[in-house]
Each structure stands twice: as structure tokens, then as C-alpha cells.
Design a binder for this molecule. Structure first.
Ligand SMILES: NC(=O)c1ccc[n+]([C@@H]2O[C@H](COP(=O)([O-])OP(=O)(O)OC[C@H]3O[C@@H](n4cnc5c(N)ncnc54)[C@H](OP(=O)(O)O)[C@@H]3O)[C@@H](O)[C@H]2O)c1
Length: 229
């Protein structure tokens, strides 16, 4: 039995990850913005559901204080999109995107992985794994073709946070990677996406289980193959 912490576990990929680990018999702690509204998650009987807004440092600190046992797997999954933040995709390109909104998204989608991980660092077991759910759009290659400044820069920041955490936590034998989870049928990915959220979650949890310390600092696809930076 492992102890798992997942942010944004009330819907989408995070909810399916929670299901996969709960079915596996693991202890699962979920962070989400509105625990009282997370009915589907609550029906799975996770160990705990605590409030967290990953873009708010005080909320992240309060979340971490709720966790009083060693953690084996931390999944920094919570993330948002320009449409969730009230911006039309047509206005999200590098020539148009509002800078304040872009900075806010960088905090939520990118720097949150640093905020959450450092608050939990003392509680990560030796041998623990940290998985940051990034996106291929944070890669320099794919991002060059995707005209969405807030989302692409936020995930590029998450990728940088990943390699820095990997270097820093190596001495604690903690493995840190970031994932492109695939194009997944969720509210964010849309109904035409390639993978179901179950398929993505199964593949990601299987890849996390097989991670070795030598892989720390890598950018992986859901299936464990290496993604180019
Ligand atoms: N779906 C895809 O094709 C795809 C592709 C590449 C990467 N990703 C990444 O995969 C992750 C999960 O995405 P998804 O497809 O499952 O999206 P989703 O269905 O829109 O779910 C997003 C989750 O993140 C939570 N969240 C958003 N902002 C938050 C905040 N400030 N604090 C705490 N929680 C917050 C949401 O909570 P609320 O219910 O409170 O909004 C929700 O639980 C994201 O990081 C996303 O960028 C997804």
C-alpha cells in the first residue's frame, strides 16, 4: 500500500488517477478547490479530501499542513486553460494574450508544482516519486506551433520546475518527472481527444510505478516513452 497525494482530483485525469490508486488499495489524499462539491470523488472513499487552490501560496501551505504522514507519490495534476480563465482562444496568442492573465496561469500551471512539492518535501519518503502533469505544448518544439501564450509558457515553466526539483531532491532519493498525459477526453481536452481519462490514468500510474531514480528529470509521455523538450 502506497500513500498518494493528487491535486485537482475532483474531475478529469486527476479523478481517474484517484480511482486507479484507490482500486489498487492505496491511501489517497486529494486536494481540490471545493471539497464539498466533489461528489463523485467522495463516493470513491479516498482517505481524505482537503481544500487547495494551487495558485495561492497560503492555500498550498494550509493543504500541506493537513498531510501528517509520509508520501510515496505526489501528482501535481491541477491545471487550467485560457477558456477556464475567461479568455477566447483567438485572443490567447503571443501577439494578444493579456500579460496579467498569462502570469496568473504561469503561477497556477507552472509554479504550483514548486509550491506544492517544496511544502511537502519533508514528508516525501526516500524513494518517493513526484509526477508533474505538464503538456506537450510546454515543449519548445510543439509549443512553437500552438498559439496559446499563457498555456504554453505555463507548461514550459512546469518543465523547468521539474528538472530543478529533480536536481534538488536527488539527495533525498526522490524521483521527479513531468508528463505529457496524451490528448485526453476531459473538460479541458474535449470530446474528440485520443485517449479516455481512464486510459491516460492507467498508463500514467503504471509508468509512475515503474520509474527509477535514473529517470529523474525526464519529460515522459503517458506510456513512459521520452518526450522531446
Ligand atoms: N486533457 C488533455 O488533453 C490534457 C493534455 C495535456 C495536459 N493536460 C493537463 O492535465 C491536467 C489535468 O487536466 P484535465 O484534462 O483533467 O482537465 P480538467 O478536466 O479541466 O480538470 C482540471 C482539474 O484541475 C483543477 N484546478 C484548476 N485550477 C485549479 C486551482 N487553481 N487549484 C486547484 N485545482 C485546480 C480543476 O478543479 P476545479 O473543478 O475546481 O476547476 C480540475 O480538478 C492539467 O494540468 C492539464 O493542463 C491535459
Amino acid at each position: 500500500m502506497s500513500r498518494i497525494v493528487i491535486t485537482g482530483g475532483n474531475r478529469g485525469i486527476g479523478l481517474e488517477l484517484a480511482k486507479a490508486y484507490i482500486l489498487n488499495g492505496d491511501q489517497v489524499v486529494i486536494g481540490c478547490r471545493q471539497p464539498s462539491e466533489a461528489a463523485e470523488l467522495a463516493s470513491l472513499n479516498p482517505t481524505s479530501i482537503f481544500p487547495i487552490d494551487v495558485g495561492d501560496e497560503q492555500s498550498v501551505k494550509a493543504f500541506a499542513q493537513n498531510i501528517d504522514y509520509p508520501v510515496d507519490v505526489l501528482i501535481n495534476n491541477a491545471g487550467t486553460s485560457v477558456s477556464n480563465m475567461g479568455l477566447e482562444r483567438a485572443q490567447a496568442g503571443v501577439m494578444n494574450a493579456p500579460i496579467d492573465l498569462t502570469l496568473e496561469m504561469i503561477k497556477i500551471n507552472g509554479l504550483s508544482a514548486a509550491m506544492v512539492t517544496r511544502e511537502l518535501a519533508d514528508k516525501l519518503n526516500p524513494g518517493a516519486k513526484v509526477a508533474n502533469i505538464s503538456s506537450q505544448i510546454g515543449s519548445m518544439v510543439v509549443g512553437a506551433r500552438f498559439d496559446d501564450l499563457p498555456y504554453s509558457t505555463s507548461k514550459a515553466v512546469m518543465n523547468m520546475v521539474t528538472v530543478q526539483l529533480a536536481s534538488h531532491l536527488k539527495k533525498n532519493n526522490v524521483t521527479v518527472v513531468c508528463f505529457h498525459p496524451g490528448w485526453v477526453r476531459t473538460d479541458m481536452g474535449g470530446s474528440g481527444a485520443d485517449l479516455s481519462s481512464e486510459q491516460a490514468a492507467q498508463a500514467i500510474s503504471t509508468t509512475i510505478a515503474a520509474l527509477t531514480p535514473e529517470q529523474s528529470g525526464l519529460f515522459l509521455r503517458w506510456d513512459g516513452s521520452t518526450h522531446p523538450w
